[in-house]
Design a binder for this molecule. Sequence first.
Ligand code: AVJ
Length: 320
Amino acid sequence: MSVPASGLHQDDVRYLAMRDEIWRGLAARPRKLSSKWFYDEAGSALFERICEQDEYYVTRTELALMREHVAAMAKMLGPQVMLVEYGSGSGEKTRLLLDHLERPAAYVPIEISRTALRDSVAQLRQAYPALEVVALNADFTEPLLLPRPHGPVRRPVVYFPGSTLGNFNRREAVDLLIRMRQLMGPNGRALVGIDLKKDPLLIEAAYNDGAGVTAAFTLNLLARLNRELDADFDLQQFHHRARYNVMRGRVETFIVSRCAQRVSVAGRPFAFAADEAMAVEISCKYTVSEFAGMAAAAGLGVTHVWTDRRAWFAVVLLEP
Ligand code: AVJ
C-alpha cells in the first residue's frame, strides 16, 4: 500500500473521509467541492500571497481596522480571556489582540491545516513564552471541546477573523454561530470579521488578481487531489472563474473544464463536459444588519461594531 505525499495512509480514517467527500462532490450535479480543501501546505502559502496582492483589499483593511481599534476591543473583553481562534492563519491579527489583552489565560487555535497550525503555533510560542497555547488540529465546523487551561479563565472568546464566515452559506453560517455560542458559554464573547457589501467591481477584482495568484490558489485544489488522492487532473485543462453574484451578495468561484475530458480520482473515473463548472467557494458579503440577523438566528446579539472609514470591512462583538 502506498503512502501519499500528504502522509496519510490509505487506510487512515481521514484519508477515507476525504476521499468519500470528494467523490460525493464530484458525483453531484452541479459538481461542488468544499473550499476547506484549499488549505493544504501549498494552498495556505498561496493564500498568504493573495493577501499581499493590491486587488485583495480584505486582509489589509481588516488589519488596519484592528490596529486602530484593538485597544478598545481588548478592553471590552476584559482580563484572563481564553482566546479561541477559528482558522489560525498567519497570526498577525492574533498577535495584535494578544498584545492588548490583559493577562490572557490561554490561546487555542483551531486549524484544519496541520502545517499552517504547526508554523503559527511555533511563532506564537516564541513571541509569548509565558502564554499557554493549546493547538487543535481540527475542522471547526465539527463538534469541539475546549481544553481546561492551568490558570483561571474569566471568559472564553472566539476570534473568527478574515471573513471566513463568508465561505459558508446562510444555513451553514447560522449552524456555525450556534456551535460558537455553545462553545463559549453564557459568559463568552465572539469577535468576528466580516467583509461588507461594496462596489461589485472592487469585490470581483479582489478574487481575480492580475498576477493570477488567486487562480493558482483555486487550481491548487486539483493539484492537491493529484498529490493526496492519486488523481490525474491536467491543470492546463481547467481554469479559475470568480464572479460576484450581486443578487446573492457573494463571490462564487468555480473550476471550469476547458474541454471534454476524463479524470480518475482515487481509482474512480469522472467525465467532465467542455465548459462544465464545478463550484469550489463562496465568499459572502454582508451589510451589518444582514449579519446581525444571522447572529440573532443563532441566539447571538451584536453589541459593538468597528468599521473602517470606507465601511469596507467590520469586526463585530457578539454576546449570547
Ligand atoms: C479565507 C475568507 C479570507 O473568501 O476572501 C481569498 C479566501 N479565496 N481569495 C475569502 C479567499 C480567494 C478568503 N478567506
